[in-house]
Design a binder for this molecule. Structure first.
Ligand code: BGC
Length: 431
């Protein structure tokens, strides 16, 4: 291997022997957060505990994610069973440029009017028992049905939103559309995945998202969170900052909407991995390592023009697959440079998997109350499903670190919707 390429890949190296150390650092940050001290992590109470599995009924579930909004009419049938009766979803940013709800030029009012339109589309005469909203951003809550946005992440920036009551904004937008309903529950997407997982499997002790963004929640048993024993808490794991980072992480961070924030998320999540690959390959191009490198080509001078999907294609056995070849050709990349792309992409993904595994080790160490033979983390998100080897590698690292019990990662493809429905079912009726 070319020395420059090797040295570059080494910048992403995390040895297996450091996984435990990173996990310890993560746990210390969580302890500080729990004690109300300064920490890059949070313990945000959801005001929900574990579901019983007996939750039933018809619910409207809204999933406000990092890339799209999905509205679903869900029927919960109990014991982990559910049926999706109707669903619609729309991107927050139209690829054809007709609308964009991600920038500061759009207000919270407009964003929630967009959400209300989708709800109206799905409801069309049907009337659910309650409504649950999954909102994939950090929120302060003082009850399950009220939540204030702390800040945006994943490059979103709608204005007139920070510190405002998300439930009220949604309720008002629905009212303007003639739909009179109060959100019964507002939850983070990790909490939704936990609830959906636990509804199905009583071994679930945490929920995580490995998608556009990254984060993990768990069932905190200390009773130190709003006086409720057994409270699901959102850690905002993506903001974990006790990681060194390399020169490319620094370049990426400076390009983002929130420099200095979401350090872990920028190393492990779908919004950023493609950009890390692009920045790293551009540097190799500038150093003369690539056979074809033209600085004026849009792939090299346009931030976020390389999607994280490409890392998945590069990991696939079927690398001569047409999609990848088309992409290589379209971007003026020499096929011979494929090997370098693959090496760098593997290095980036390997680090991401080890860092996520380290935080999972920390979370599992905090859940001794589930001292059964088997502990389960429910996970949702595109990386988890679509990057070959991703979930298996994380699982292997976890099992290597924690030998006393079995560990399973449980994919929850409808986690955000089913979780919102379960949360609404659990929430006490509100007037
Ligand atoms: C947000 C979290 C969210 C995660 C996964 C992060 O950017 O801060 O609240 O859970 O993305 O969507």
């Amino acid at each position: 291997m070319n020395t420059i390429v090797r040295e570059t890949c080494d910048l992403y190296r995390v040895d297996l022997s450091s996984v435990k150390k990173i996990a310890d650092g993560f746990n210390e940050e969580l302890d500080r957060a729990l004690a109300g001290q300064k920490s890059s992590l949070k313990i945000l109470p959801s005001f929900l505990s574990a579901p019983t599995g007996r939750e039933k009924g018809n619910y409207i579930a809204i999933d406000f994610g990092g890339s799209n909004v999905r509205v679903t009419l869900v029927r919960l049938k109990g014991k982990g069973s559910y049926e999706i009766l109707k669903q619609t979803s729309r991107l927050l940013k139209d690829p054809q440029g007709r609308y964009d709800y991600t920038t500061a030029h759009t207000s919270g009012r407009e964003v929630f009017a967009f959400v209300a339109d989708l709800v109206a589309e799905v409801l069309a005469g049907a009337w659910p028992d309650k409504l649950g909203l999954t909102f994939s951003y950090p929120m302060h809550q003082n009850s399950v049905s009220s939540a204030r946005l702390i800040r945006w992440t994943k490059e979103l920036k709608p204005s007139q939103t920070i510190g405002r009551d998300i439930g009220k904004m949604l309720e008002e937008a629905l009212k303007n559309r003639g739909i009179i309903i109060k959100p019964a529950a507002i939850i983070n997407d990790t909490v939704a995945v936990f609830l959906a997982g636990r509804y199905y499997d009583s071994g679930v002790c945490a929920g995580s998202i490995c998608g556009t963004g990254h984060n993990t929640c768990y069932l905190e048993m200390s009773g130190r969170t709003a006086d409720m024993p057994g409270m699901v808490v959102n850690t905002e794991a993506g903001n974990f900052s006790l990681l060194p980072g390399n020169c490319y992480d620094h370049v990426l961070d400076q390009e983002t909407e929130d420099p200095g924030q979401q350090k872990l998320e920028k190393m492990v999540s779908g919004k950023y991995l493609g950009e890390l690959l692009r920045i790293t390959m551009r540097d190799l191009g500038e150093k003369g390592v690539l056979l074809a490198y033209s600085p004026s080509s849009s792939i090299w001078n346009q931030p976020f023009s390389l999607s994280t999907e490409v890392l998945g294609w590069l990991q696939s056995e079927d690398y001569e697959g047409k999609v990848l070849l088309d992409w290589i050709e379209k971007n003026g990349i020499d096929v011979e440079d494929y090997a370098v792309f693959k090496l760098v992409s593997t290095a980036i993904l390997d680090r991401a998997m080890k860092l996520i595994a380290a935080t999972f080790v920390a979370i599992l160490e905090r859940t001794p109350q589930f001292n059964t033979e088997r502990r389960v983390i429910a996970v949702d998100g595109a990386l988890f499903y679509h990057i070959p080897g991703f979930s298996q590698s994380i699982q292997n690292i976890l099992q290597g670190e924690m030998k006393d019990f079995g560990i399973a990662l449980l994919g929850m493809p409808n986690g955000s919707n089913v979780g919102a429905a379960v949360a609404a079912a659990m929430a006490k009726d509100i007037i």
